[in-house]
Design a binder for this molecule. Sequence first.
Ligand code: FES
Length: 577
Amino acid sequence: MPINKIKEATQLRSHRWFGPESLRAFGHRSRALQMGFSRRDYEGKPVIAILNTWSELSHCHSHFRERAQDVKRGIWQAGGFPVEIPVMSLAEVYQKPSTMMYRNLLSMETEEILRSYPIDGCVLMGGCDKTPPGLLMGALSMGLPTIFVPAGPMLRGNWHGKTLGSGSDVWKYWDELRAGNITKEDWHDIEEGIARSAGTCMTMGTASTMTGILETLGFTLPNASTIPAPDSNHPRMASDSGRRIVEMVWEDLTPKNILTWTSIENAIRVLMALGGSTNALIHLIAIAKRAGFELPLELFEKIGKTTPYLVNMRPAGKYLMEDFHYAGGLAALLQVMRPLLNIEAMTCTGKSLGENIKRFKVFNNDVIKPLDEPILAEGGLIILKGNLAPNGAVIKTSAASASLLKHKGKAIVFENYSDMERRLDDPELDVEPSSILVLRNSGPQGGPGMPEWGMLPIPKKLLKQGVRDMVRISDARMSGTSYGTCVLHVSPESWIGGPLALVKSGDIIELDAKKREINVLISHAELDKRRTVWRPQIKKFPRGYGQLFSQHVQQAHEGCDFDFLSGNAAVDEPEIH
Ligand code: FES
């Protein structure tokens, strides 16, 4: 298809580096020649940065070195000049204290790399939880034509004839091991069978949710986000993305044409239909802010009320990402949701969302449910407020026990994660099935970075009694692969004196999901009294990035971006001297 070329070679951003007859441009050209490129390789061509989050500790992206070659093939073919640039690798599981602490650093690196080098457009290569939002936030702030190549989910896991799902089955079988229902050998076999290929977690965790959201926002080729990483469609999608980004540069199709209020509303709808990760709320708020939009938490619930939950995937449902893709994939889900979406939203293909999805259809109605036969009539995420969370908290009702959604119980408070680990399995712990476990100092600053501790383990003595769910409350996040009646993202966080800091073991807490309330049943006067004796903890970082993070990170309901990165104020282009 002919492209809508509106730019000339002399209007390319990189022309300022390579084009002029100047001393500085001499240096830029001679250094390209030094790397073995001939003038024909780059002259008059868009320079396309491939921002690659590969590393030898980034297990979900272990195929990205090869995949970058596939992207390059497409860029060369389309007449671009590809340059691969490694950027910070955020590997969930390995990186401590939390990958979330480094999402903003990846976004800063992305923005500044794109700004400071002769780059005309970019391909973002990510997938593992915090990489899609981190990369996109930076690219939005810079504003160059952008396309996203998702890592793709890994293959389903296997153990003793059973299918294993990332994360979800880890939590499940860990409880069974502690309850004495499986052996250590079983546990080791599960370890060997649960992650059998490159790619991201194949449940509806944060990676599957966020890559689906980036596709819905319009930053991937149609149906790219669900292709399993080892499927040969994946390298073909990568090279197609390489070809397309070159066209996007000539068309001057930038993120501000793609990320609009309309596409954000679509993304929230898809989050609800997927039964997606609670982490997406934080990321979407931060992404929207980079484009100048404020997303109140209540908007998620408002859109959720008119969006059915349609995709039958673990942790809340039955299937895994491979099943989802071969049932039609994300584009087929969008097609089912067509009446609910703003289908005129512009995408990276240069066409509307509606045009992109029209050829896709569903092949398995048990995986992607029809609109009139949803799993639930409403989205499965709700926002709670009350004296424990004046600025909001979130609970994933689709992954919670219905019987616990209205519940009153005695609090058992853990000061931090180490305290919880130390005391949780103590036979003397005064805990009963109706108790409410409270974990504090695990928020944006206290964690730091809100580690995914929100699905607190069930105490061993209750596991042995057959208890598998309890109400749990924290200012932490929860992995998208987790489940249970977990109240998360309590804001403001306890580390800075939010009400969670004032709760004592033995206090009665009431959760009423229907009323959207979470309260500790003590008087204002008592809360005020406790507040007067509360003292802030000492900052954990005397210097370095940790200190920058502590000083500037915003609270969960604000998206946890840095205050100085939010917004869409224009930053000047660097002068070429
Ligand atoms: Fe990378 Fe789950 S650990 S997506």
